[in-house]
Each structure stands twice: as C-alpha cells, then as structure tokens.
Ligand binder design. Sequence first.
Ligand code: NDP
Length: 278
Amino acid sequence: MTAQILDGKKVATDVRAQIAKEVEQTEGITPGLAVVLVGDDQASQVYVRNKEKACNSVGINSFMHLLPASTRQEELLDLIKKLNADSKVHGILVQLPVPPQIDPDIILQAIDPTKDVDGFHPFNTGKLMAGLKTFVPCTPRGIMHLLAAYNISLAGKHAVVVGRSNIVGKPMASLLMARDATVTVCHSKTSDLKEFTRSADILVVAVGRPRLITADMVKPGAVVVDVGINRLPEGLVGDVDFDTVKEVASYITPVPGGVGPLTIAMLLQNTLESALDK
Ligand code: NDP
C-alpha cells in the first residue's frame, strides 16, 4: 500500500482564499498582525518573511519589527506594551527563539491574551486545556484542519503524539483528546518509543530529529503527520522517513508541503478572528 498524501499546501491555499474573501468583505476594519523578530537567526528570518508575505496575500496588514540581537528585555517589553495598545494591531507574534538576555516566558506573558494569535500565553493555553474558546496554537490547529479536510475520523482512535513542547505536542494532545481520541504523549525519556508508535492509529511527530520514525515503527494503515523541519545538506527533511513510511501508512504528510503551509494559514485565520472579535 502506498499512502495518500495529505496535501497541506493545497488545503492551506483553500483556507487562504477563504480568508482573503472574508477580509475583503469585512467593512471598516483591516486585520493587522505585528511580527517581532529579535536578532538575525536565519531560519527565523525566513519564517517572518513568509508570514509577512502571507499577510499581504490575503489583505491583512503586517507590521514588521526587526530588532537587533543586542535588544534588552525592557526594550522589547516596551514595544509589546505599545502594540498591546495599538488598535490597528489585532495579533502580536514574537518569533522564537529570542536571544539569551531575554526570557521568552516573560515576553509571551506580556502579550495581551486577546491579541495572542500564536496561542502561547498561559491564559490561553489554560483555556485550551479547559476546552474553552481561545486562540489555538497555529500548528496543532492546522493539523486538525488538515485531518478534517480528508475526513479522517478521530473518535475512539489511538493517537500518539511524539514531542511534548508547549508549541506543538501539548496543545496537539489536548485537541485530539477533545475530539475523543485516546491520546498517548511520548518524549525523549520514553523508553521503547517504537512500542507506542506501533500502536498508533494517528501518529503525530514533532521532535526535530531527521527521519526518527522509520517504517518498522508504524502500524500498517496508520495516519502519519510529520511536523518536523530539519535542515540537512540535501534539503529540508521531516522527523519521519517519508520514503519507507509511505509504503506502510494510509495517509502521510510530506515535508515540505504538509504541516508548514497550514501553520501559516492558521496564523492568518487567528488574526482575522481576533480582528472580527474586536
Ligand atoms: P522542541 O525542541 O520544543 O520539542 C521537541 C520534543 O521532542 C520534546 O518534547 C522532546 O522531549 C522530544 N524529543 C526529543 N528527542 C526525542 C526522541 N529521540 N524521541 C522522542 N522524543 C524526543 O520542538 P518543537 O515542538 O518546537 O518542534 C518540533 C519540530 O517541529 C522541529 O523540527 C520544529 O522545527 C518543527 N516545527 C514545525 C512547525 C511547522 O509549521 N511545520 C511548527 C513548529 C515546529 P523532551 O521534552 O523530553 O525534551
């Protein structure tokens, strides 16, 4: 069996077209996203540029703030205070990682939770855990959207999430549980990872280790979602050994072109919803 590709690029294109239509129809208000980057991390620069382009493509205003690596925490907090108070800004995103003199937790907690379109403020992560309406972090929200777009049912399925970060793994587990999957979360201290991944009907991998998941670790017919982005000399690869796993799985996301495009689409969606809520 060769798996069907979960085409994140195509699904994201549809989402973006819908957002562009809604932005156009929204009278008297143009959604605005402030993107803050501190320092010159190359991957982060690519990410923020892509976010800016994505905003422009759907009619969302983007306000870019590129700060030097030497920026002090107080200076960044001052900027966030201004953005919190700016009525043209409906979403605020601070690109991580930040330089070592800045505490990311303090920064994320300084963002007004009603403008926290990344969904990283503890107020919003708490609401997500409690099953309340909130900003859902973009990558897990994008994965849920992708699974729904392919009518993949979750109720009663065993979902295994590899990775327990606040950005991907933990919110992913919450969302799957809320949709009635039985969820197992694995991490670097999990003994015998394969024992868990082999029993997954839905396998979501967000680790950052190139091709960690091999075909022998996947249950035949499983749905495999690869969040990983690893830059190797040969190009971008995921956390899943795509070429072998696609022969075992029923559905699989490619890297690139899988989860990544949905992450950006959901950032736009969260920004639009924030603007409409105001
Ligand atoms: P983190 O580094 O924050 O978390 C990685 C997680 O993987 C941790 O929970 C860690 O365990 C676990 N882990 C590490 N090694 C192993 C192992 N050998 N076996 C099992 N678990 C392991 O990463 P992120 O969650 O932020 O990102 C994960 C990957 O996803 C990265 O490649 C990142 O670039 C990519 N990413 C892609 C996005 C997209 O849009 N496509 C968006 C966000 C991230 P422990 O907690 O014990 O340390």
